[in-house]
Design a binder for this molecule. Structure first.
Ligand SMILES: NCc1[nH]cc(CCC(=O)O)c1CC(=O)O
Length: 315
């Protein structure tokens, strides 16, 4: 092919490279346009010791990639949608939301154990306030231990005996071909995933019409509607990725066409009761469903919980 390749910016982690490669190959297969990967290093990758919330949340992974797109070093970037802030950067277009992978969390425990089989006092690793609060709410007496690092580092903590278990996104394990290491797929009735979990977001410059049009072939409208409901809930709660908020929207065929069913949880790390609610509506009203459910949660006291989880003074 003689065409100039599109430059796709990616982080260097195994998961980022895998998902960027999968998107690049699919884009080339569907459009014939060649794509080359360009590695961009981010503060979240360089600093492995600080807790994520001290670095400013998972948004640090996204910021450096976005800068590379904005200043033209690359033409597009692939993000895990759950890591994207809910405020859209006006310099960028969310050109595609890919078909969602399994959005659920999994447990990877020693000796093939499930959550219900882990003895009281078991050490379960997660750096996510959302996972921590929901695990605590199960009342199993688990000790939640903060962990950071890429998927491989976290899995190694179980193999080495450092931890009894870790909780991870199933989507990440599936993309890396390591899904068989999970010992339980956690039912969302127990632990709701992060808004956007399992979907990929593809961004390009807002003024780059040619790339925007090209990337549209990767967009999945029903995934986009589901994550729109989840992310509008998160935005209305004024919560970010470091808040103990889980949400899952599912699209199903109903009497009046496609319908969205949205479930959400606002948990509390200090042991206050969690708030769990759900709502349903039409696909076209995805954003409205999220906003109204968030308003209901705020009326039940979610505002206090969310504001206590905020990083420093950032809004
Ligand atoms: N928190 C980091 C992160 N961001 C995206 C994924 C992979 C899953 C996805 O694409 O949603 C992960 C790993 C994890 O949570 O286990």
């Amino acid at each position: 092919m003689s065409e100039t390749p599109l430059r796709l910016g990616t982080r260097a982690s195994a998961l980022a490279v895998t998902q960027s490669t999968q998107v690049a190959e699919r884009l080339t297969a569907l459009t014939g346009v060649p794509v080359e990967l360009v590695t961009v290093s981010t503060e979240g990758d360089r600093d492995q010791t600080s807790a994520l919330r001290d670095l400013g949340g998972a948004g640090v992974f996204v910021a450096a990639l976005r800068e590379a797109v904005v200043d033209g070093r690359v033409d597009l970037a692939v993000h895990s949608l759950k890591d994207l802030p809910t405020t859209q950067d006006p310099r960028l277009a969310l050109a595609a939301v890919t078909v969602r992978e399994d959005p659920r969390d999994v447990l990877v425990a020693r000796d093939g154990l499930t959550l219900g089989e882990l003895p009281t006092g078991s050490r379960v690793g997660t750096g996510s306030p959302r996972r921590e609060s929901q695990l605590n709410a199960l009342g199993l007496g688990l000790e939640v231990v903060p962990v950071r690092g890429n998927v491989d580092t976290r899995l190694a903590k179980v193999t080495s005996g450092d931890l009894d278990a870790v909780v991870l996104a199933r989507a990440g394990l599936l993309r890396l071909g390591r899904q068989d290491e999970a010992t339980e797929v956690i039912d969302p009735i127990q632990v709701l995933p992060a808004p956007g979990q399992g979907a990929l977001a593809i961004e390009c410059r807002a003024d780059d019409d040619a790339t925007t049009r090209l990337l549209a072939v990767l967009d999945d409208p029903s995934t986009r509607a589901a994550v729109t409901a989840e992310r509008s809930l998160l935005a209305t709660l004024e919560a970010g990725c470091s808040a103990p908020v889980g949400a899952l929207a599912e699209v199903a065929w109903g009497d009046d066409g496609d319908e969205i069913w949205l479930r959400a949880v606002v948990g509390d790390q200090s042991g206050a009761p969690t708030i769990r609610l759900s709502a349903a509506g039409s696909l076209e009203d995805a954003a409205g469903i999220g906003e109204r459910l968030a308003a209901e949660m705020l009326a039940e006291g979610a505002a206090d919980i969310v504001s206590r989880s905020r990083v420093g003074s950032t809004p």
